[in-house]
Design a protein around this ligand. Structure first.
Ligand code: FAD
Length: 111
C-alpha cells in the first residue's frame, strides 16, 4: 500500500503535532510565571490559527474559545490538552485516552 510520507498528510501531521503539544506541556513549569502563562495561552491560540490542516485548526480554535487553556501548572495544562485531544479522538471515532495516564505517557514514560 502506497503511503505518502512527504509532505505529511493529516494523520502524520496530527501524530507529530500531538507529540509536540503533549511534550510542550510535559516540560511546562510546575509553577509558571505570569509571563509563561501568558505566552502559553498565546501559543495555543496562535497554534490553532497556523495549524496546516485548516478545518482541524478551526475546530481547535472553537474548542479553545469554549475551554480556555489551563495554564496555571504543568498538571493542569497536561489535563487540559488531554481533554482537547480526546475531543478530536471522539470526533474521529477513536478510543478516548484515560487522562489519569497522561503523566505516565508523556512525562515518565510507560517503562
Ligand atoms: P494521535 O491521535 O495522533 O495520538 C498520538 C498518541 O497520543 C497516541 O498513540 C496515544 O499514545 C496518545 N494519545 C491519544 N489520545 C490522547 C489524549 N487524549 N491525551 C494524551 N495522549 C493521547 N484529524 C482529522 O482527520 N480531522 C481533524 O479535524 C483533526 N483535528 C486535529 C486537531 C489538532 C489540534 C491536531 C493536533 C490533530 C488533529 N487531527 C485531525 C489529527 C488526529 O488527531 C490524529 O493525530 C491522527 O488521526 C493520527 O491519529 P493516531 O491514531 O495515530 O494517534
Amino acid at each position: 500500500v502506497y503511503k505518502k510520507v512527504d509532505p505529511p498528510d493529516v494523520e502524520q501531521l496530527g501524530r507529530s503535532s500531538w507529540t509536540l503539544l503533549h511534550t510542550v506541556a510535559a516540560t511546562y513549569p510546575e509553577v509558571p510565571s505570569d509571563h509563561q502563562k501568558k505566552e502559553m495561552n498565546q501559543f495555543m491560540n496562535i497554534f490553532s490559527h497556523v495549524y496546516p490542516c485548516s478545518w482541524c485548526g478551526k475546530d481547535f480554535e472553537d474548542y479553545i474559545r469554549n475551554n480556555a487553556p489551563k495554564v496555571d501548572s504543568r498538571e493542569e495544562l497536561g489535563k487540559w490538552l488531554c481533554d482537547a485531544h480526546n475531543e478530536v479522538n471522539e470526533k474521529l471515532g477513536k478510543e478516548k485516552f484515560n487522562c489519569d495516564l497522561w503523566k505516565k505517557r508523556w512525562v515518565d514514560g510507560w517503562n
